[in-house]
Design a binder for this molecule. Sequence first.
Ligand code: ATP
Ligand code: MN
Length: 464
Amino acid sequence: MRPKRIIEIMREQATGTEVTVKGWVRTRRDSKQVSFVALNDGSMVANLQIVVNPSLIDEQTLRRITTGACIAATGTLVASQGKGQSVEVQADKIEILGDADASFPLQKKGHTWEYLREVAHLRPRSNTFGAIFRIRNNMAFAIHKFFHDKGFVYFHTPLITGSDCEGAGQMFQVTTLDLNNLPRTEDGKIDYSQDFFGGQTSLTVSGQLEGELAATALGAIYTFGPTFRAENSNTPRHLAEFWMIEPEMAFYDIKDNMDLAEEFIKYCVQWALDNCMDDLEFLNKMIDPELIERLKFVTTHDFVRLPYTEGIKILEEAVAKGHKFEFPVFWGADLASEHERFLVEEHFKKPVILTDYPKEIKAFYMKQNDDGKTVRAMDVLFPRIGEIIGGSEREADYDKLLKRIEELNIPMKDMWWYLDTRKYGSCPHSGFGLGFERLILFVTGMANIRDVIPFPRTPGHAEF
Ligand code: ATP
Ligand code: MN
């Protein structure tokens, strides 16, 4: 008989029936007559209590029911007398499926996040990480559902790329050349024509450029895949490998783009509220007592929409009144997370979409405004996170785009295929990128991005 998952047992509440459950022992507590075993099978945050009567189970088996062990328990499901659970299993048979060595690293409660990262291969077996990864799964599903229901095409862009126009200096190189014996050209440079792809390649920092090709064919698309950035930023908001969702839409202007971004995030957060309440309540209790309130707030309030220039004014006024920022505030400055969070958390107390940034601090492909100084960028700024989405209306004019590419000395040989979108049937279009882990940070209330991805990659770390 297929064992029932604990979530089914809790849902059905079929007291009086015989059940078999399989899972991992979280804790064991012995009283005079019986032992109470908290069993978790990952299907939900709650443990199922297994009541073990030592007179029914042989001594050898009893001894092997330790924290971390995998067991199968068979017995009658009964209403629980104890508080904290509705039903429990009165076990008459226990089978040890896998013993846990006494060195099992998740013995105690209250391990530090740093310690848990060192045992990232086992931390999914803790309540908190179980909750986080179930929510992460739900968010991935919600994202596909949101776009699928709108008729967007899920489009797969390559992970290995030959162009380095976007992420110059922060890309991971991909090569099969022998690093100890590199082929050289006559002028002493590395001869990439002998490399696997016949040229220099890297891991992608974004699927956007290929996404634009797709949008100008299929109308509206999104990508959802891993991206890689070798930026050496040791912050709680950056990973070297992270997942990104990048919708790209023909015939959307920046306003349509903002509307979509706002609707999209609200949909995802509402999805969590509707489908992950057990896990959210657990995190609200254990991690952040304002979590659920914050999620509800975001789904029910309009995001502020504000030009960058206005944002700088607000920040300058704050500085004049004595507010201290680590980084300077002036028109033209790239905003740091402290500035973004000031606008969101202290000034507006709401999510903010900042638009029309100076062109110098934004990418070459953003649509140039008539003022000659700003571009039609839009960043969505969130409480506790700062930037969660970065996007823009794209420059659709071939000549303007080409001029910008030349001004920035972006190698043209890499860009011919991208420019073709503007050469053949160019159209107004827009898109944005949502960092998946930043969304998970927001929805779980966790403080460090390394704790919302199963196996984080950061400078110096690629274990597991
Ligand atoms: P930031 O200024 O925070 O470094 P960015 O401007 O480099 O971000 P974009 O290139 O606009 O980011 O990427 C789109 C989105 O991807 C960001 O809004 C953010 O949510 C996410 N993101 C960017 N870099 C990282 C990273 N290193 N780790 C995790 N998420 C990231
Ligand atoms: Mn950005």
